[in-house]
Design a protein around this ligand. Structure first.
Ligand code: ADE
Length: 358
């Protein structure tokens, strides 16, 4: 990942990015953080880059021309089509889904403003994304750019070591992390919860999920409202099952899976709620069950549905019926099994984005 940070204070970026894990990632060649000093593109003999606002009022405004030239200098390195992110309190508030999506880019141009803002015309011309790091006003975009670089770089392969990397961030599920403990087993008469010493991984996972939920309910009920319980379901060959399972796992840490090849599961029937997501994989090669429709016992109540159909150039047969059964088809992923398997991560990001917009 290559970042190009356009700023009036390049030293601030270099200093911060040069330390700790980011510093290690730069030295290891995993990421590059280039700074472009906007002042170098001043069109004024005193190297000024700001001027008074038309219409009057307090503060100064950064001029369009130096900002535009600085962006174009970065674009000469990255090529056209690179996303230009303007850090501003007026942007979309950065979250884990946006971070993960940005991590899919090869290059990012980050524009840091100062003073009252930047001439609107260059923003209209050049900026592709407006991002805020929170609902407060900073003195400039540099800290925002650093926050973004830090969060995005965690997703760049090799930036985190195995121990440092969380396989899955709970925030991707709109949940807070469960509590953590390390030695000693008893500290100032406080004991580590017994279940964590049990060695029973199922129980431990269940306990962690409970704690995550409890904590989110207490501390961030707003997050919980946006959280979805994810279930995968598949009918057909093992490959389809593996695909659905890996997509379910990429969307949610706590997803579960239904094997619809099993008569018992098909007969049981299931009703999904509004805050659930069903990812349904239907293998076109599979032999039709006796009733012809392995999905007939699944009911939704406005439940979002993702259909996975591992066959290129064809629509899955179930879409219309599933709508009648109370689901809302969010997306259909169809294509060869290989393509679908290779792009699981991209699909998972897309699904999370779709869920955010519901
Ligand atoms: N620049 C000033 N305030 C900001 C914020 N909250 N987020 C990103 N950039 C900013």
């Amino acid at each position: 990942m290559n970042y190009y940070v356009l700023t009036l204070f390049p030293e601030m970026i270099r200093q911060a990015a040069g330390t700790s894990i980011l510093g290690r990632a730069i030295r290891g060649g995993r990421i590059q953080v280039h700074t472009v000093n906007i002042r170098d593109y001043s069109v004024n003999k005193h190297m000024r880059v700001d001027d008074y606002p038309y219409g009057g009022g307090a503060g100064m405004v950064m001029e369009a021309e130096p900002v535009c030239r600085a962006i174009e200098a970065a674009e000469r390195e990255t090529g056209q089509g690179t996303r230009v992110v303007y850090l501003t309190p007026q942007g979309k508030v950065l979250n884990q889904t946006v971070v993960e999506e940005l991590a899919g880019e090869e290059n990012l141009i980050l524009l840091c403003g100062h003073y009252e803002g930047i001439d609107e015309r260059v923003l209209e011309e050049k900026v592709t994304d407006y991002i805020s790091i929170g609902d407060y006003v900073l003195t400039g975009g540099e800290l925002g750019a650093l926050v973004l670089i830090d969060a995005v770089s965690r997703f760049v392969p090799g930036v985190l070591s195995n121990e440092e990397s969380a396989q899955f961030e709970s925030l991707q599920d709109n949940l807070l992390e469960y509590p953590h403990y390390t030695r000693p087993e008893e500290w100032r008469r406080k004991k580590v919860p017994e279940v964590l010493l049990s060695g029973d991984h199922r129980r431990i996972e269940e306990w962690r999920r409970e704690k995550s939920l409890e904590r989110t309910r207490e501390r961030r009920p707003d997050l919980l409202e946006r959280s979805f319980q994810v279930t995968g379901g598949w009918f057909g060959g093992e490959n389809c099952g593996v695909l659905v399972r890996s997509l379910t796992d990429a969307v949610s840490r706590y997803g579960s899976c239904l094997d619809l090849n099993r008569k018992k599961i098909r007969r049981q029937g299931r009703v999904f709620g509004e805050r659930e997501l069903l990812i349904l994989g239907l293998d076109p090669e599979a032999e039709t069950p006796e009733d012809g429709r392995p999905w007939r016992n699944l009911r939704g109540r406005g439940t979002p549905l993702v259909l996975v159909f591992p066959k290129a150039g064809q629509e899955p047969p179930a879409a219309e019926e599933m709508e009648k059964q109370g689901f809302r088809v969010l997306t259909v992923f169809s294509g060869s099994l290989q393509k679908l398997s290779e792009e699981t991560r991209e699909y998972a990001i897309q699904i999370r984005k779709n869920l955010e917009n519901l």
